[in-house]
Design a binder for this molecule. Structure first.
Ligand SMILES: Nc1ncnc2c1ncn2[C@@H]1O[C@H](COP(=O)(O)OP(=O)(O)O)[C@@H](O)[C@H]1O
Ligand code: SF4
Ligand SMILES: [Mg+2]
Length: 321
Protein backbone atom coordinates (compact mmCIF):
# COMPACT_ATOMS: atom_id res chain seq x y z
CA UNK A 1 0.00 0.00 0.00
CA UNK A 2 1.39 3.35 -1.04
CA UNK A 3 0.08 5.55 1.78
CA UNK A 4 2.13 6.48 4.84
CA UNK A 5 2.22 4.29 7.90
CA UNK A 6 0.69 6.01 10.93
CA UNK A 7 1.15 3.33 13.57
CA UNK A 8 3.15 0.13 13.44
CA UNK A 9 3.82 -2.71 15.83
CA UNK A 10 6.92 -4.81 15.64
CA UNK A 11 7.07 -8.21 17.34
CA UNK A 12 4.56 -7.06 19.97
CA UNK A 13 3.86 -9.31 22.94
CA UNK A 14 1.32 -8.69 25.70
CA UNK A 15 1.23 -10.98 28.71
CA UNK A 16 -1.25 -10.80 31.61
CA UNK A 17 0.40 -11.89 34.82
CA UNK A 18 -2.10 -13.59 37.11
CA UNK A 19 -1.68 -14.50 40.77
CA UNK A 20 -1.93 -18.23 41.51
CA UNK A 21 -2.88 -18.90 37.90
CA UNK A 22 -0.85 -19.34 34.77
CA UNK A 23 -0.08 -16.15 32.85
CA UNK A 24 -2.04 -15.37 29.70
CA UNK A 25 -0.06 -14.71 26.53
CA UNK A 26 -2.80 -12.63 24.90
CA UNK A 27 -0.86 -11.11 21.98
CA UNK A 28 2.09 -12.86 20.41
CA UNK A 29 4.67 -11.48 18.04
CA UNK A 30 2.24 -9.10 16.38
CA UNK A 31 3.39 -7.11 13.34
CA UNK A 32 0.68 -4.73 12.19
CA UNK A 33 0.47 -1.37 10.42
CA UNK A 34 -2.34 1.13 10.13
CA UNK A 35 -1.89 3.71 7.40
CA UNK A 36 -2.90 7.35 7.40
CA UNK A 37 -6.64 7.78 6.72
CA UNK A 38 -7.11 4.03 6.60
CA UNK A 39 -9.55 1.74 8.39
CA UNK A 40 -8.00 -1.57 9.28
CA UNK A 41 -10.49 -4.08 10.69
CA UNK A 42 -9.27 -6.59 13.27
CA UNK A 43 -11.54 -9.62 13.34
CA UNK A 44 -11.60 -12.91 15.21
CA UNK A 45 -13.62 -14.82 17.74
CA UNK A 46 -14.00 -13.72 21.32
CA UNK A 47 -10.75 -14.21 23.23
CA UNK A 48 -8.49 -13.92 20.20
CA UNK A 49 -6.70 -10.84 21.56
CA UNK A 50 -8.40 -8.02 19.63
CA UNK A 51 -9.22 -5.79 22.60
CA UNK A 52 -5.81 -6.39 24.13
CA UNK A 53 -4.19 -5.33 20.85
CA UNK A 54 -6.35 -2.18 20.74
CA UNK A 55 -5.52 -1.31 24.34
CA UNK A 56 -1.82 -1.78 23.70
CA UNK A 57 -1.93 0.43 20.59
CA UNK A 58 -3.51 3.34 22.46
CA UNK A 59 -1.24 2.52 25.40
CA UNK A 60 -3.89 1.74 27.96
CA UNK A 61 -1.57 -1.10 28.75
CA UNK A 62 2.14 -1.61 28.28
CA UNK A 63 3.39 -4.42 26.08
CA UNK A 64 5.70 -6.99 27.55
CA UNK A 65 8.08 -6.69 24.61
CA UNK A 66 8.24 -5.42 21.07
CA UNK A 67 7.60 -1.89 19.87
CA UNK A 68 4.75 0.40 18.86
CA UNK A 69 5.82 3.27 16.63
CA UNK A 70 3.41 6.13 16.09
CA UNK A 71 4.32 8.79 13.50
CA UNK A 72 7.83 7.38 13.72
CA UNK A 73 8.13 7.72 17.53
CA UNK A 74 8.50 4.67 19.76
CA UNK A 75 5.54 4.96 22.16
CA UNK A 76 5.74 1.45 23.61
CA UNK A 77 7.05 2.49 26.99
CA UNK A 78 6.43 6.24 27.26
CA UNK A 79 5.03 7.62 30.51
CA UNK A 80 3.94 10.86 32.13
CA UNK A 81 3.56 13.93 29.89
CA UNK A 82 4.61 12.05 26.74
CA UNK A 83 1.94 9.44 27.35
CA UNK A 84 -0.64 12.18 28.00
CA UNK A 85 0.31 13.80 24.71
CA UNK A 86 0.03 10.45 22.97
CA UNK A 87 -3.45 9.95 24.43
CA UNK A 88 -4.59 13.11 22.71
CA UNK A 89 -3.45 11.66 19.37
CA UNK A 90 -4.70 8.10 19.88
CA UNK A 91 -8.14 7.50 21.36
CA UNK A 92 -10.36 4.54 22.15
CA UNK A 93 -14.10 4.08 21.70
CA UNK A 94 -15.30 1.34 24.00
CA UNK A 95 -17.70 -1.43 23.15
CA UNK A 96 -20.25 -0.60 25.82
CA UNK A 97 -21.71 2.92 25.60
CA UNK A 98 -23.69 2.22 28.79
CA UNK A 99 -20.61 1.54 30.90
CA UNK A 100 -18.23 4.03 29.29
CA UNK A 101 -20.11 7.17 30.38
CA UNK A 102 -20.34 8.21 34.02
CA UNK A 103 -24.05 8.19 35.00
CA UNK A 104 -23.53 11.12 37.41
CA UNK A 105 -22.23 13.53 34.78
CA UNK A 106 -23.86 15.38 31.90
CA UNK A 107 -22.96 15.12 28.24
CA UNK A 108 -21.32 18.54 28.43
CA UNK A 109 -19.10 17.41 31.35
CA UNK A 110 -17.98 14.33 29.40
CA UNK A 111 -16.99 16.42 26.38
CA UNK A 112 -15.43 19.36 28.20
CA UNK A 113 -13.26 17.22 30.49
CA UNK A 114 -10.78 16.20 27.77
CA UNK A 115 -10.81 19.78 26.48
CA UNK A 116 -9.93 21.15 29.91
CA UNK A 117 -7.19 18.56 30.33
CA UNK A 118 -5.59 19.44 27.05
CA UNK A 119 -5.68 23.16 26.75
CA UNK A 120 -6.42 26.45 28.34
CA UNK A 121 -9.82 27.07 26.80
CA UNK A 122 -12.05 29.68 28.40
CA UNK A 123 -15.37 28.27 29.68
CA UNK A 124 -17.13 30.07 26.81
CA UNK A 125 -14.81 28.56 24.19
CA UNK A 126 -15.06 25.09 25.78
CA UNK A 127 -18.86 25.28 25.53
CA UNK A 128 -18.62 26.31 21.87
CA UNK A 129 -16.32 23.37 21.13
CA UNK A 130 -18.72 21.08 23.00
CA UNK A 131 -21.58 22.22 20.75
CA UNK A 132 -19.40 21.77 17.73
CA UNK A 133 -18.57 18.18 18.76
CA UNK A 134 -22.24 17.37 19.34
CA UNK A 135 -23.07 18.67 15.87
CA UNK A 136 -20.25 16.60 14.34
CA UNK A 137 -21.74 13.41 15.78
CA UNK A 138 -25.27 14.31 14.74
CA UNK A 139 -26.69 15.15 18.18
CA UNK A 140 -28.71 18.20 17.18
CA UNK A 141 -30.09 20.57 18.23
CA UNK A 142 -26.98 20.57 20.39
CA UNK A 143 -28.55 22.62 23.20
CA UNK A 144 -31.01 19.77 23.77
CA UNK A 145 -28.22 17.32 24.45
CA UNK A 146 -25.55 19.22 26.38
CA UNK A 147 -27.23 18.99 29.79
CA UNK A 148 -28.62 15.48 29.47
CA UNK A 149 -27.40 12.61 31.63
CA UNK A 150 -26.46 9.27 30.04
CA UNK A 151 -29.66 7.56 31.26
CA UNK A 152 -31.70 10.12 29.29
CA UNK A 153 -30.09 8.99 26.03
CA UNK A 154 -30.65 5.96 23.80
CA UNK A 155 -27.80 3.49 23.23
CA UNK A 156 -27.06 5.03 19.83
CA UNK A 157 -26.99 8.55 21.29
CA UNK A 158 -24.65 7.41 24.07
CA UNK A 159 -22.29 5.88 21.54
CA UNK A 160 -22.37 9.20 19.64
CA UNK A 161 -21.41 11.00 22.87
CA UNK A 162 -18.58 8.49 23.37
CA UNK A 163 -17.38 9.20 19.82
CA UNK A 164 -17.61 12.97 20.43
CA UNK A 165 -15.59 12.53 23.62
CA UNK A 166 -12.90 10.68 21.68
CA UNK A 167 -12.88 13.48 19.08
CA UNK A 168 -12.55 16.15 21.81
CA UNK A 169 -8.93 15.17 22.24
CA UNK A 170 -8.36 15.93 18.53
CA UNK A 171 -6.92 12.51 17.68
CA UNK A 172 -5.63 11.20 14.37
CA UNK A 173 -5.95 7.54 15.34
CA UNK A 174 -8.98 5.88 16.92
CA UNK A 175 -9.38 2.31 18.08
CA UNK A 176 -13.10 1.54 17.84
CA UNK A 177 -13.64 -1.64 19.86
CA UNK A 178 -16.85 -3.31 18.67
CA UNK A 179 -18.63 0.07 18.69
CA UNK A 180 -21.91 -1.30 17.32
CA UNK A 181 -22.11 -4.74 18.89
CA UNK A 182 -24.18 -3.63 21.89
CA UNK A 183 -26.53 -1.41 19.92
CA UNK A 184 -29.93 -2.21 18.57
CA UNK A 185 -29.63 -3.49 14.98
CA UNK A 186 -31.56 -0.45 13.70
CA UNK A 187 -28.89 1.93 15.10
CA UNK A 188 -25.80 0.15 13.82
CA UNK A 189 -25.72 1.53 10.29
CA UNK A 190 -25.99 5.09 11.64
CA UNK A 191 -22.88 4.69 13.80
CA UNK A 192 -20.87 3.10 10.96
CA UNK A 193 -21.90 5.92 8.62
CA UNK A 194 -20.88 8.46 11.25
CA UNK A 195 -17.44 6.85 11.64
CA UNK A 196 -17.09 6.90 7.87
CA UNK A 197 -18.01 10.57 7.47
CA UNK A 198 -15.79 11.65 10.37
CA UNK A 199 -12.91 9.86 8.69
CA UNK A 200 -13.59 11.61 5.38
CA UNK A 201 -13.87 15.04 7.07
CA UNK A 202 -11.00 14.76 9.51
CA UNK A 203 -8.60 12.31 7.88
CA UNK A 204 -8.78 9.87 10.81
CA UNK A 205 -7.29 6.38 10.87
CA UNK A 206 -9.21 3.60 12.57
CA UNK A 207 -8.47 0.21 13.97
CA UNK A 208 -11.99 -1.17 13.79
CA UNK A 209 -12.27 -4.18 16.10
CA UNK A 210 -15.15 -6.51 15.42
CA UNK A 211 -16.21 -10.14 15.36
CA UNK A 212 -18.54 -9.30 12.52
CA UNK A 213 -17.08 -9.73 9.06
CA UNK A 214 -19.97 -8.00 7.28
CA UNK A 215 -19.35 -4.66 9.01
CA UNK A 216 -15.57 -5.11 8.62
CA UNK A 217 -16.10 -5.60 4.89
CA UNK A 218 -18.25 -2.48 4.77
CA UNK A 219 -16.07 -0.10 6.79
CA UNK A 220 -12.49 -1.24 6.29
CA UNK A 221 -10.04 -1.05 3.42
CA UNK A 222 -8.07 -3.99 4.88
CA UNK A 223 -9.00 -6.80 7.24
CA UNK A 224 -6.63 -8.56 9.65
CA UNK A 225 -7.68 -11.87 11.21
CA UNK A 226 -6.45 -12.85 14.67
CA UNK A 227 -6.48 -16.27 16.23
CA UNK A 228 -5.15 -17.17 19.66
CA UNK A 229 -3.21 -13.89 19.95
CA UNK A 230 -1.54 -14.19 16.55
CA UNK A 231 -2.25 -12.60 13.21
CA UNK A 232 -3.16 -15.37 10.77
CA UNK A 233 -4.21 -13.42 7.69
CA UNK A 234 -4.31 -9.85 6.39
CA UNK A 235 -5.57 -8.58 3.05
CA UNK A 236 -7.57 -5.87 1.29
CA UNK A 237 -11.15 -6.31 2.55
CA UNK A 238 -12.64 -7.55 -0.73
CA UNK A 239 -9.80 -10.03 -1.32
CA UNK A 240 -10.05 -11.48 2.15
CA UNK A 241 -13.77 -12.08 1.77
CA UNK A 242 -13.59 -13.37 -1.82
CA UNK A 243 -10.39 -15.38 -1.64
CA UNK A 244 -9.54 -16.24 1.97
CA UNK A 245 -6.28 -18.18 2.17
CA UNK A 246 -6.17 -19.33 5.80
CA UNK A 247 -8.33 -22.28 6.94
CA UNK A 248 -9.49 -20.26 9.97
CA UNK A 249 -10.60 -17.29 7.84
CA UNK A 250 -12.50 -19.68 5.60
CA UNK A 251 -14.33 -21.11 8.59
CA UNK A 252 -15.08 -17.63 9.91
CA UNK A 253 -16.57 -16.69 6.57
CA UNK A 254 -18.70 -19.82 6.48
CA UNK A 255 -19.94 -19.08 10.00
CA UNK A 256 -20.57 -15.38 9.45
CA UNK A 257 -23.83 -13.73 8.63
CA UNK A 258 -24.22 -11.11 5.94
CA UNK A 259 -26.02 -8.66 8.23
CA UNK A 260 -24.15 -6.18 10.39
CA UNK A 261 -23.39 -6.87 13.99
CA UNK A 262 -24.49 -10.49 14.06
CA UNK A 263 -22.39 -12.71 16.26
CA UNK A 264 -20.29 -15.30 14.54
CA UNK A 265 -22.02 -18.61 14.69
CA UNK A 266 -20.03 -21.10 16.75
CA UNK A 267 -17.63 -23.06 14.61
CA UNK A 268 -18.99 -26.51 13.69
CA UNK A 269 -18.62 -29.41 16.15
CA UNK A 270 -15.70 -30.89 14.28
CA UNK A 271 -13.72 -27.78 15.21
CA UNK A 272 -14.04 -27.78 19.02
CA UNK A 273 -11.76 -26.15 21.54
CA UNK A 274 -10.27 -22.72 21.96
CA UNK A 275 -6.52 -22.14 21.87
CA UNK A 276 -4.71 -22.40 25.17
CA UNK A 277 -3.29 -18.95 25.85
CA UNK A 278 -1.48 -19.97 29.00
CA UNK A 279 1.33 -21.70 27.15
CA UNK A 280 4.22 -20.61 25.04
CA UNK A 281 3.41 -22.72 22.05
CA UNK A 282 5.62 -23.85 19.23
CA UNK A 283 3.21 -24.65 16.45
CA UNK A 284 0.36 -23.08 14.54
CA UNK A 285 -2.26 -21.70 16.98
CA UNK A 286 -5.05 -23.16 14.86
CA UNK A 287 -3.57 -26.68 14.68
CA UNK A 288 -5.87 -28.26 17.35
CA UNK A 289 -8.93 -27.25 15.32
CA UNK A 290 -7.61 -27.45 11.80
CA UNK A 291 -8.83 -30.23 9.53
CA UNK A 292 -5.66 -29.93 7.45
CA UNK A 293 -3.16 -30.01 10.33
CA UNK A 294 0.06 -31.91 9.64
CA UNK A 295 2.84 -32.98 12.01
CA UNK A 296 4.83 -29.89 11.09
CA UNK A 297 1.90 -27.65 12.19
CA UNK A 298 2.29 -28.81 15.79
CA UNK A 299 6.02 -28.17 15.84
CA UNK A 300 6.59 -24.99 13.88
CA UNK A 301 4.84 -21.64 13.82
CA UNK A 302 3.93 -20.68 10.24
CA UNK A 303 5.02 -17.15 9.34
CA UNK A 304 2.88 -14.70 7.40
CA UNK A 305 3.85 -15.04 3.76
CA UNK A 306 2.55 -13.14 0.72
CA UNK A 307 -0.16 -14.97 -1.19
CA UNK A 308 -1.26 -12.11 -3.47
CA UNK A 309 -0.80 -8.37 -3.70
CA UNK A 310 -1.01 -6.91 -0.15
CA UNK A 311 -2.36 -10.30 0.99
CA UNK A 312 -0.52 -12.45 3.55
CA UNK A 313 -1.46 -15.61 5.40
CA UNK A 314 0.28 -17.74 8.02
CA UNK A 315 -0.35 -21.34 7.02
CA UNK A 316 1.98 -24.06 5.69
CA UNK A 317 -0.57 -24.89 3.01
CA UNK A 318 -0.47 -21.53 1.28
CA UNK A 319 2.21 -20.91 -1.25
CA UNK A 320 4.06 -17.68 -1.71
CA UNK A 321 2.97 -15.48 -4.61
N1 LIG B 1 -6.82 -8.00 32.35
C1 LIG B 1 -6.72 -9.27 31.98
N2 LIG B 1 -6.18 -10.18 32.82
C2 LIG B 1 -6.06 -11.48 32.44
N3 LIG B 1 -6.44 -11.98 31.24
C3 LIG B 1 -6.98 -11.10 30.38
C4 LIG B 1 -7.16 -9.72 30.69
N4 LIG B 1 -7.73 -9.09 29.61
C5 LIG B 1 -7.90 -10.06 28.67
N5 LIG B 1 -7.45 -11.26 29.14
C6 LIG B 1 -7.44 -12.52 28.40
O1 LIG B 1 -6.71 -12.30 27.20
C7 LIG B 1 -7.29 -13.04 26.13
C8 LIG B 1 -7.62 -12.09 24.99
O2 LIG B 1 -8.68 -11.24 25.42
P1 LIG B 1 -9.23 -10.05 24.54
O3 LIG B 1 -8.11 -9.23 24.08
O4 LIG B 1 -10.28 -9.36 25.38
O5 LIG B 1 -9.89 -10.80 23.33
P2 LIG B 1 -11.04 -10.33 22.31
O6 LIG B 1 -11.16 -8.84 22.40
O7 LIG B 1 -10.57 -10.82 20.98
O8 LIG B 1 -12.29 -11.02 22.75
C9 LIG B 1 -8.50 -13.76 26.73
O9 LIG B 1 -8.12 -15.06 27.08
C10 LIG B 1 -8.82 -12.95 27.96
O10 LIG B 1 -9.46 -13.74 28.91
S1 SF4 C 1 -0.44 -24.22 9.41
FE1 SF4 C 1 -1.32 -26.24 9.55
S2 SF4 C 1 -2.68 -26.19 11.34
FE2 SF4 C 1 -2.19 -24.11 10.80
S3 SF4 C 1 -3.89 -23.48 9.54
FE3 SF4 C 1 -2.29 -24.21 8.15
S4 SF4 C 1 -2.70 -26.38 7.83
FE4 SF4 C 1 -3.94 -25.72 9.58
MG1 LIG D 1 -12.85 -7.67 22.85
Amino acid sequence: MASNVLIQTNDLHVRFVRQKQLDIFAVRSLNLEVHEKETLALVGESGSGKTTTGHALVRLLQPESGTIRFEGEDVSRIRGKRLERYHSRAQLIFQDPFASLNPFHTVSYHLQRPLRRLGHLSPKRAREVCHDLLAQVGLTPTATFENKYPHELSGGQRQRVAIARALAADPVFIVADEPISMLDVSLRAGILHLLESLQADQGLSYLYITHDLASARYLAQRIAVMYGGSLVEIAPAADLVQAPAHPYTRLLLQASSSSWGQDLAPLPEKHPGAPDLTITRKGCPFAPRCLHAMKKCEQEMPELIPVASDHEAACFLVSSS
